[in-house]
Design a protein around this ligand. Structure first.
Ligand code: OGA
Ligand code: NI
Length: 354
């Protein structure tokens, strides 16, 4: 089609298609140019703490091994705000199956994928970075966003039927992730000497779980674009299945970017803003970003576990005293606040600060 592209064209042109010709990325994707700070694809590797989930599942049989692991968990979440979970019970072959259905989906022809397109004002479905303003710098990635919990609110017409196993695999994987998330939230409470259900109670009966498949095509100029701009997650906790081979995730640690290593069978877990609030700031919601590379695509699956909509959340009473005054207000519908602040280029958690 002749003429300059309309806004609609910009929205629907996938980054996957843009990447095919191997040209320099269009201006709207350039995060920094030439003399600005260049995007460093290989800063130092950060030794993200490794936590064995199988050691922290039981609240009854207190063992010294468990205490030790809980202490490690507490220390990880209060420092870098994340860890690599091993011993989580999901088999290596099933993790690969999840990666496989994701890969097969993104390999489908454009028209096939667009059957599941996100409507302009919706969050769920297949699409690119949501275009919120003319001046926004766009992420070098395509994504598939699907609500998985509560189950009766799933928008199944957006769930791919191709590849055949997609729905079943996503269902099974996220059921496992929910189970693991609940174990982790209990362990996190115990690690702070709190009643083990206190965080989970704040999530409520109708807690929300959203799956986001991220597709990062290779890019001719990885020094100029970001797969995902710097952000902290608005979730309670996030569980990320990384690509088995291709790195890209970076964390902001003491004002420096560091690389998150790949442990193929581990799940990368990070605190989101809402658990930072519930823990009265003891657990940190880390700022992170994704870089691309010039050779290989990268596919990840992030699962965001969030409190029930409309439910008020706030710092646990047991974590407030003279030495540590209350740092956050009670908030409701944090997802909406998050969106407004993010859109304005502000850090969303500041909205909840006292
Ligand atoms: C996210 C995210 C990291 C990755 O989806 O919020 O930070 O490595 N993803 O894909
Ligand atoms: Ni994130």
């Amino acid at each position: 089609m002749a003429g300059s592209p309309t806004k609609q064209d910009l929205i629907w042109r996938s980054v996957q298609e843009l990447a095919i010709n191997g040209d320099k990325p269009p201006a709207r994707y350039i995060f920094c140019d030439g003399d600005g700070e260049q995007i460093d694809g290989s800063p130092p590797l950060f030794p993200v703490p490794v936590i064995d989930v199988s050691l922290i599942t039981s609240s009854t049989s207190q063992s010294s091994k468990e205490d030790e692991e809980l202490e490690k968990l507490q220390s990880a979440l209060s420092s870098c705000g994340c860890f690599q979970a091993v011993g989580h019970g999901i088999s290596s072959s099933f993790l690969d199956k999840v990666r496989e259905v994701a890969k097969l989906f993104f390999e489908l022809p454009t028209e096939e994928k667009q059957k599941y397109s996100r409507a302009v004002d919706e969050l769920q479905g297949y699409g690119t970075d949501q275009v919120l303003s003319e001046h926004q710098i766009l992420d070098w990635s395509d994504r598939m966003f699907l609500g998985v919990h509560p189950e009766d609110q799933r928008k199944l017409k957006l769930w791919p039927e191709n590849p055949r196993a997609f729905r079943e695999v996503l269902h099974e994987f996220t059921a496992n992730i929910k189970f693991i998330s609940e174990i982790l939230l209990k362990a996190m409470a115990r690690s702070l000497k709190l009643e083990e259900n206190c965080f989970l109670n704040q999530f409520g009966e109708q807690s929300t779980m959203i799956a986001r498949f991220n597709y990062y095509p290779h890019c001719a100029r990885p020094d100029l674009v970001l797969g995902v701009k710097p952000h902290a997650d608005g979730s309670g906790i996030t569980i990320l299945l990384q690509d088995r081979e291709v790195e890209g995730l970076q964390l902001l640690e003491n004002d420096r970017w560091v690389r998150v290593p790949i442990i193929p069978d581990a799940l990368f877990v990070n605190v989101g803003d809402q658990v930072q609030i519930m823990s009265n700031g003891i657990f940190k919601s880390p700022v992170h970003r994704v870089v691309t590379n010039s050779e290989r695509e990268r596919i990840t699956l992030a699962v965001f576990y969030m409190p029930q909509k409309e439910k008020e959340i706030g710092p646990e009473d047991g974590l407030i005293d003279e030495k540590r005054p209350r740092l956050f207000k009670k908030v409701k519908n944090y997802a909406d606040i998050y969106f407004q602040y993010y859109q304005a280029g502000k850090r969303p958690i500041d909205a909840a600060k006292i």
